[in-house]
Design a protein around this ligand. Structure first.
Ligand SMILES: *Cc1c(COP(=O)(O)O)cnc(C)c1O
Length: 292
């Protein structure tokens, strides 16, 4: 892991200059080429607890392209703990690159039908020798680690807006808890109509921080892990113009939203935006060759 490689980069883009707005990106994707991003932070205290409580194996849940599954497999491999991934859906004939990598890191893969996957509690109860990390690291233990993300930014107080992609909202919760009172935290939901998110995030916050964030639901590009040509064009633009690699599931949608909000004059002139690049680049391997 290369936490020292995490930097805040300025995106020198004429569109932002024209509006007198400054855009900086926290490059969590630089932590590791495959297992990058926010997942490390969210896993950290769950794994610490598993070790302290002397569990021999850690288990968690995710889909066939899940960044969380791969990060968990990698972290458990490093810690020499056995890992088990309960994967949503029947066993595929051809494993995704994500699953192949997780397996190569020693993770035992258990495929569960979509119905059984809905009922995770049953899986947890019938495997009480395993330490279970919730799907996506959702929970207060995940938030505790996510709070450390913005601690990497030495001039955090100088930003007016902090923007990140939202799946479970665990990362956003950590950011909100660490934000300064004058800052606006904006989360871009990557799922379609995931309207329970507001409450799920509030339940991770203490009463003083509840509701002190904005969730935007109109940048899902068709739904979770769906994409459009506009999104792919934007990813190619960011790479060609700014050498900024984005993943199509999370960070491309969230940064597209930042550009769109800029066009709509959402950001105050002279303000400064911190965009969290939460990693996830390994997921792009599921795109057809030559898309990017
Ligand atoms: C998992 C993930 C997210 C979402 O994080 P949550 O804490 O679940 O909201 C965002 N970006 C990337 C790249 C991710 O892998």
């Amino acid at each position: 892991m290369h936490f020292s490689d995490v930097v805040v980069e300025h995106i020198d883009d004429q569109q932002f200059k024209n509006n007198d707005v400054r855009l900086n990106v926290l490059r969590l994707d630089k932590i590791h080429p495959v297992v990058s991003g926010n997942k490390w932070f969210k896993l950290k205290y769950y794994l610490q607890q598993a070790v302290e409580e002397k569990y021999a194996s850690v288990a968690t849940f995710g889909g066939a392209f899940s960044n969380h599954i791969l990060a968990a497999a990698y972290a458990c491999n490093k810690l020499h703990i056995k890992s088990i991934g309960f994967i949503r859906g029947e066993e595929p004939q051809h494993y995704s690159q994500t699953l192949l990598d997780a397996q190569a890191l020693g993770m035992q893969l258990e495929f569960v039908s979509r119905e059984a996957y809905q009922n995770k509690r049953e899986i947890i109860q019938s495997n009480d020798e395993l330490y279970f990390i919730p799907e996506g690291g959702y929970g207060s233990t995940g938030v505790k680690g996510a709070k450390e993300i913005t601690q990497l930014v030495t001039d955090l107080s100088t930003y007016n807006y902090i923007v990140c992609a939202v799946g479970t909202g665990t990362m956003l919760s950590g950011i909100i808890l660490n934000a300064f009172p004058q800052q606006e935290c904006i989360g871009i939901s990557v799922m379609k109509n995931n309207l329970s998110l507001q409450e799920e995030i509030n339940s991770l916050l203490n009463s003083k921080d509840r509701g002190k964030f904005k969730l935007l639901h109109n940048y899902h590009f068709g739904g979770y892990a769906k994409h459009t040509t506009a999104l792919i064009d934007f990813m190619n633009y960011m790479w060609a113009e700014h050498y900024l690699p984005l993943d199509f599931v999370y960070t491309a949608k969230a940064l597209f939203a930042v550009y769109d909000l800029l066009k709509k004059k959402y950001f105050k002139p002279t303000s400064k935006i911190l965009f969290i690049h939460s990693g996830g680049l390994q997921g792009n391997r599921s795109l057809k060759k030559r898309t990017l």
